[in-house]
Structure formats: structure tokens, C-alpha cells
Design a protein around this ligand. Sequence first.
Ligand SMILES: [Ca+2]
Ligand SMILES: [Zn+2]
Length: 219
Amino acid sequence: MIVASSTVNLQGFGGIYFDQGQIAIMGAENAYLVTHELAHSFGASDLYVDLGGRFQFAQDLMGNSLSAPPLPGDGVLWGELGFADIDRNGVIDIAEFAAFPESLELAESTATLTTKGTLELHWQFVGRASGVPKRLVIPKFQLDLPDFPAVAVVEGNVPWRDKYAVFDGTQVDLAALAQAGHVRVHIVARHPFSRRDWSRAVLTLDTVVDLPVVRALEP
Ligand SMILES: [Ca+2]
Ligand SMILES: [Zn+2]
């Protein structure tokens, strides 16, 4: 949804992307600005605050000077949109996504006790399509540890990157985890999508995994 209004309060910005596909701009006459905000909805970072600096990427679409046509060759944006091969596995990243998955699963799940005194969980959501596990966009999910009161609902992070959650010693008993050598993790996620015939489908994952707890080596 795009709201264009000269009276909208954007704290000095010409436009802001508010997550979940919501955009507000002062005026719609600058197509570069509208495109810039739309690119945020596909995961692009600002190249004048999040990455780079005011001068380094000044001429890019995700830079901050949009009064002239931006440079077409924005390497950061292309990578973030999936048009590059960032993990260097020989497949353009956007082609690694499951468009029509049959099941929702976890992959590469790990639990690490760090030298910072935290438990760090890491995993990926994958969609199995014709037997092949592929990447999925899961912007929001819920995670809890059934043996501890810790609950984390993570949302609004870069949707298609690896997922992680961190708990400290006030949330989990780190010594008990080290002793037990494993931790139970409950993860709930939904993946709504459109099938080939445009009918709506929802895959739901609601699972408890028992992960071995690994100690990170001293730096
Ligand atoms: Ca790739
Ligand atoms: Zn921006």
C-alpha cells in the first residue's frame, strides 16, 4: 500500500518504507523515490544509512540523491533482490526459491553456547518442491524453548536470510544446557502462497526439534 500525501509526517524524509509492504511518501511525482521505497519492500537496504555512506553510493537508486536518474548498475541492490549469486553455488539466488513448495521444513539447525554467555540458535526454513529443498521467504515465525520460559517472536528481519535467535543467562539455564548437551526448540511458522492456478495455499510448520548443544571455541 502506498500513501502519498504532502501532510504525512515522515520526520524529514521524502518517503519511508514501513515494512509489510506499507509505503508513505510526501509526493508521488518522483518516480525514483517511489521505486526506491518499492525496492525496500523486496529487501533492499539504504546505501546512505544501512550500508556505505552519503557519498559512496550517492548516485544509486538506494542512495539519497534521487533528483536525477540513478546509476543502473547497483550491485548491492541486485544482490539483495536475488539477481546475483552471493553464496557462490553457481545458481542465481532468486532461482533457489521454492515457488510452489509441497512442505515446509527446517534445515541446518544448530544450537551454540557462545563465549559471550548466550545460547544462539541458527536454522533455515526450506520448502521441498519435487523432492528438492529450496529457500523460502518466511518474514515472521514464533520460537520457544519448552523447557524454559523464553519465547521469541521474530519478524521484520531480512526475510530470506538464515534465521537466528539468541537467549542469555536470564532466559535459559546455560550451565544446565551445557550439562544436558541438547536443547528442545519449538518453532511455529506459516507460509502462505499462491499455487500455479492462483488458488491460495498455506503450509504450516509446528515442530519441536531436539538439537545437540555445541560449545563455541574460545576466540
Ligand atoms: Ca546462489
Ligand atoms: Zn530508503
